[in-house]
Design a protein around this ligand. Structure first.
Ligand code: COA
Length: 178
């Protein structure tokens, strides 16, 4: 039987920066253990991310959007994206849920809600990058109709890695899915 979840999708403000940073760092450590170097993951500093989130949420950027999942225990995930300067292509830059909040439908709710806001701002396609080796995320995006279209090498996070782009050529394929 499917577990029910009563979390709400909210638009976080600067006051949520510390909670977002905690989710971000904890989710990276859970997700990328064995994929990124331990030393990089353990050096991730929540205070640094708190400042970054606060700055991001204090600056009004009409082409960017961030949504978060909030429940009785606080924030448990978030998703952020933006529309390119051409106004037609959306990119989701981050989607992270704590392990305890996964497999409850929240990832889909966050991604679709973010895509809907980006669509309302003019986007007609959506893409995102996934670290190679993150098979659960690849399975999730494939299940939601994303197509793996392109690979690239990236330098950062304490080494050299590869990522794959997933594309929804028609954003309706995602926004019409709930
Ligand atoms: C990947 C992630 C966002 C998925 O969110 P989630 O809340 O666990 O997934 P949901 O419960 O919303 O799943 C939605 C649907 O996708 C399916 N699904 C989820 N993961 C799947 C997988 N690995 N393979 C196939 N289907 C999958 C679910 O069964 C569900 O299907 P249904 O609604 O048709 O029955 C979440 O697990 C997460 O944050 N993982 C860690 C961070 C991460 O890897 N982020 C992505 C970085 S690019």
């Amino acid at each position: 039987m499917q577990r029910l979840d009563d979390r709400m999708i909210i638009a976080p403000g600067p006051g949520d920066a510390a909670a977002l940073a905690e989710v971000h760092v904890a989710s990276w450590r859970e997700t990328y253990a064995g994929l990124l170097p331990d030393i990089y993951l353990w050096r991730m500093n929540p205070q640094l991310y708190t400042r970054r989130f606060r700055r991001q949420l204090m600056s009004e950027k009409p082409l960017e959007v961030m949504l978060a999942a909030e429940g009785r225990g606080g924030l448990s995930g978030y998703c952020a994206g933006h529309v390119d300067n051409d106004g037609r292509r959306a990119e989701v830059s981050t989607l992270y849920l704590l392990k305890t909040a996964q497999k409850l439908g929240l990832g889909r709710r966050l991604l679709v809600a973010t895509a809907r806001v980006l669509q309302a701002r003019g986007a007609d396609s959506l893409s995102l990058w996934v670290l190679d080796g993150n098979e659960p995320a690849r399975g999730f995006y494939t299940h939601l109709g994303g197509l793996p279209v392109q690979g690239r090498a990236v330098q950062g996070w304490g080494g050299g890695f590869r990522e794959t782009a997933f594309l929804w050529p028609d954003i309706n394929g995602l926004t019409g899915s709930v």
